[in-house]
Design a protein around this ligand. Structure first.
Ligand SMILES: Cc1cc2nc3c(=O)[nH]c(=O)nc-3n(C[C@H](O)[C@H](O)[C@H](O)COP(=O)(O)OP(=O)(O)OC[C@H]3O[C@@H](n4cnc5c(N)ncnc54)[C@H](O)[C@@H]3O)c2cc1C
Length: 534
């Protein structure tokens, strides 16, 4: 039984990590190993919460062999619209190699043996995250589970100085005074029901923006994963071996997991039914798929369907920035943001540096999560050390707006209105996936109106607050996303516009976006090596 202790919990830490997925646990581990006193907060239970813990991920792991590395970096540059930064790609490959080897040696992760060697190009989520949880506890990290953060605290100069939130199982609020904060809250999948994404509501981006941070790459946010219509498992890479059909069994021409997903979206919009069969995988590939992602097959097994020989209905589920690339803009090798004391990692941070304009399926996200977590944890610990003793006496100011400190005189809009606008203006394929300015603009106007209402009166306390803040975070995310999508008048990577089907060499830049009540965008030069093809 929860104790319902009404006394707020007041804690201190050198580094607070918000979010306990792969990015957060690597950040916590690294900060603790750097000598910081670390507290990790999770909305759910660190070890089972989030998309990695719920499934499994391929990992962008290569040996430090120059040819192998070059191949890994060059592989998806065109797909990513040449917006990646070669220096960051190399750093992430190095860090991922080191982390995966540590996972084996120090956390004793049982990698399967393939051709006589441990196979490190993937991890089983539950096993990986269970080991990360016990590893960080051994390193001295304190964990508060079921404790969603609801806002950041800053000092008088705007430097981040802590976090406030709510402990669901105790029915009480908490406050943590900290010298540095890492946001590792994951991406935003807009409560689309994609596997493990129930917690992916973009909270960290809202908190960061309220403290003055910027976003980047938010136009690359319209990932929709293919899932069997009877499950939430979006394992899109496996559909590279599939054939798609109309409901009458005739082949759906042009449909495919890469380059043909829009055909699937159009057919779903038209008839509501697309059938699929993973009929092009060789017996060896089928075996590898079963080894790589056993959870993919569970719902099929339960229903007596063999996905390699039977046809089954599929749908597209929105994964937003979980498998898009947009997120909090980072400004240094240590994953610092534009706000002093605030660091971002994993899906909460932009992945443009290694993915450019495209991530989708495959291994880059998990490599980014563990590497950026490591960089951010180290950076946050160094920042914490750099603050003098007086840091503990700083005045703490809450910066949370929507749902916490409403503007005067507006029209109050509630959580249900916000969820409704997300369902109507963000989930539909014809608005968010098959993008066209003529549909994006009115959708954005609806989102803006709801935001205004939110700011003008929505307020909640205690256990009601995290849900209201999630709704605000999703509306904010959608507005950054559509504003950036409108600013990119071309098709690049996953940001495709029906009326601008071609890549425009003059738009070879990133788009920074920010603001809450008024949203702005700004082109940013691409850093790192720019291949001639760009
Ligand atoms: C079905 C599926 C399959 C995937 N497969 C692959 C793959 O094969 N390869 C790959 O590279 N990537 C894959 N991905 C993407 C990958 O799962 C993510 O990139 C990765 O989980 C990101 O890690 P993270 O730590 O940044 O965020 P998450 O894993 O999302 O963790 C975020 C954590 O923050 C917590 N949190 C959120 N808000 C708050 C708050 N307000 N307060 C406190 N805690 C909070 C959550 O509870 C959660 O524990 C897949 C995604 C999905 C959905």
């Amino acid at each position: 039984m929860p104790s319902h202790d009404l006394v707020p919990l007041d804690l201190t830490a050198d580094v607070v990590v918000v979010g306990g997925g792969p990015a957060g646990t690597w950040a916590a581990l690294t900060a603790a190993e750097s000598g910081a006193d670390v507290l990790l907060l999770d909305k759910g239970y660190c070890g089972t919460s989030g998309p990695t813990a719920s499934g499994g991920t391929g990992v962008w792991y290569t040996r430090p062999d120059p040819a192998e590395r070059e191949k890994a970096m060059a592989g998806r540059e065109a797909l990513g619209g040449f917006l990646q930064d070669r220096r960051w790609m190399a750093r992430v490959l190095d860090q991922t190699y080191e982390n995966m080897n540590r996972l084996e040696a120090e956390a004793r992760y049982p990698f399967p043996i393939v051709d006589g060697e441990p196979y490190k190009r993937g991890v089983q989520g539950p096993e990986y995250m269970r080991r990360m949880r016990s590893w960080i506890k051994r390193a001295g990290v304190r964990i508060l589970d079921h404790s969603p953060a609801t806002e950041l605290l800053v000092d008088g100069s705007g430097t981040v100085a802590g976090v406030r939130g709510h402990r669901r199982q105790h029915g009480t609020d908490y406050r943590v005074r900290a010298r540095a904060v890492v946001l590792a809250t994951g991406g935003c999948a807009f409560l689309s029901k994609a596997l493990g994404c129930d917690v992916s509501t973009g909270d960290g981006a809202l908190f960061a923006a309220e403290a003055g941070a910027e976003m980047s790459g938010m136009e690359f946010s319209n990932a929709y994963g293919i899932a069997p219509a009877f499950t939430s498992v979006t394992k899109t890479a496996y559909y590279g071996f599939a054939t798609f059909f109309h409901s009458d069994g005739t082949p759906l021409d042009g449909a495919g997991s890469q380059g043909g997903r829009s055909v699937i979206a159009r057919e779903l919009l038209r008839t509501g039914i697309v059938l699929c069969q993973i009929d092009q995988a060789t017996p060896e590939q089928q075996e590898q798929m079963r080894l790589g992602q056993p959870n993919f097959f569970l719902p099929f097994n339960r229903l007596g369907i063999d996905p390699f020989t039977d046809r089954f209905p599929v749908t597209l589920l929105l994964e937003g920035t979980v498998r898009g690339t947009g997120g909090i803009r980072i400004t240094g090798d240590d994953c610092a943001t534009t706000v002093p004391g605030l660091y971002a990692a994993g899906d909460a941070a932009t992945r443009e540096l290694i993915c450019g304009a495209f991530t989708g399926g495959g291994s880059h996200n998990s490599a980014w999560a563990m590497s950026s977590g490591t960089f951010a944890g180290r950076g946050a610990a160094a920042f914490a050390t750099s603050l003098g003793a007086s840091a503990v006496r700083r005045k703490l100011i809450g910066v949370g707006g929507a749902g916490i400190r409403p503007d005067e005189g507006g029209r109050a809009v509630g959580r249900d209105d916000a969820l409704d606008v997300i369902r109507r203006q963000v989930h539909p394929y014809d608005k968010n996936y098959l993008r066209n300015g003529s549909r994006l603009r009115p959708a954005l106007a609806h989102l803006d109106a709801v935001w205004e209402g939110f700011r003008g009166g929505a307020i909640a306390h205690g256990g009601e607050l995290p849900g209201l803040r999630q709704a605000a975070a999703m509306v904010a995310h959608a507005r950054w996303m559509y504003t950036s999508a409108l600013a990119r008048t071309e098709s690049r990577g996953m940001a495709r516009r029906e009326e601008y089907p071609d890549l425009d060499p003059n738009q070879h830049h990133r788009i920074a976006v920010g603001g809450l009540d008024r949203i702005w965008t700004r082109p940013e030069a691409v850093t790192g090596r720019e291949p001639a093809a760009a």
